[in-house]
Design a protein around this ligand. Structure first.
Ligand SMILES: [Zn+2]
Length: 125
């Protein structure tokens, strides 16, 4: 899988962006945690060899830190979108840890199929 490293970088960027958004809108502590996670993720993506990507184990390890985050009305989630065709979005649900893969780029809104929580909606902004 040659695009795993890129996925890691995208994850980092996504987390940094969400960290910034959380800091502004919800909770600065939560934003800090997410932002730092993003920076760490980005650094790992820059430094590790390509074969060390987001293995299922890495995703599973990442989950527990999310469960400790306070429920501030929004649910934590992570989206990885591949760069190369075919475009697929991998969505990790924070509340239940369910990992779902959907075809195409990140959808405008998404409800977790496992726990039924609306993870995000563009209309909410
Ligand atoms: Zn869920």
């Amino acid at each position: 899988m040659k695009n795993r490293r890129e996925n890691f970088l995208i994850s980092g960027i996504v987390l940094i962006v969400f960290g910034a958004l959380f800091s502004l809108g919800v909770n600065i502590a939560m934003g800090g945690v997410v932002g730092i996670s993003g920076i760490v993720c980005f650094i790992i993506g820059m430094s590790v060899p390509s074969q060390m990507g987001m293995s299922p184990e890495a995703v599973a390890e990442w989950k527990p830190s999310m469960e400790r985050l306070p429920d501030a009305g929004r649910f934590m989630y992570r989206v990885d979108v591949t760069i190369d065709e075919p475009i697929k979005s991998t969505i990790l649900c924070g509340p239940c840890g369910n990992l779902e893969t959907v075809d195409g780029p990140r959808p405008s809104e998404y409800t977790c199929q496992e726990c039924g929580k609306l993870l995000w909606s563009s209309e909410e902004e």
